[in-house]
Design a protein around this ligand. Sequence first.
Ligand code: 5GP
Length: 184
Amino acid sequence: MDQHQDIAQVLITEQEISNRIKELGIEISRDYDGKELVLVAILKGAAIFLADLVREISIPLSFDFVAISSYGADSRSSGVVRLLKDLDESIESKHVLVVEDIVDTGWTLRLSYIVENLRSRKAASVRVCTLLDKPSQRKLDVGIDYYGFTVEDKYVVGYGLDFNGKYRNLPYIGALKPEVYGGG
Ligand code: 5GP
């Protein structure tokens, strides 16, 4: 079974992703020059983005992972978030860049939880880098410091982003056919 068949439309090609990550890498390398930088990726969606991004950053850095989970009858609206996997190393006095796959409703849920959590550990700074930004969904203004692309209000998969755990290994960002997710 070829999972490309489930994609209605390629929204961002592999080449476009690669070009944009090179630009982000240059920007981040310049902004954090001389600072102790730790990238903290949120599993699992940001893992592929992190792997490509760190190889475009030229200054010394380390990276770590957290896993967080929303739960409750309606996790999206309840805003209850739980830490499933914590950092391995202390971030005290370090400059932290949170790496996220997509910011949708944003500051209200995952991101606000993780940013506040990391700030409370006396990091020198905590900023956010997301591959995709979906601003149309957002009720609150969120402090995104770096973003790769803006996407329209569609459910997207690929390049780390999943639907029911699948499609993360697609090399591009695409929109699923409605029949795949039971819509339309
Ligand atoms: P937020 O807290 O910003 O509303 O939720 C962000 C999280 O929701 C993302 O990290 C991702 O896991 C999920 N998400 C939001 N929009 C999409 C989408 O279009 N596609 C996929 N695969 N996940 C999404």
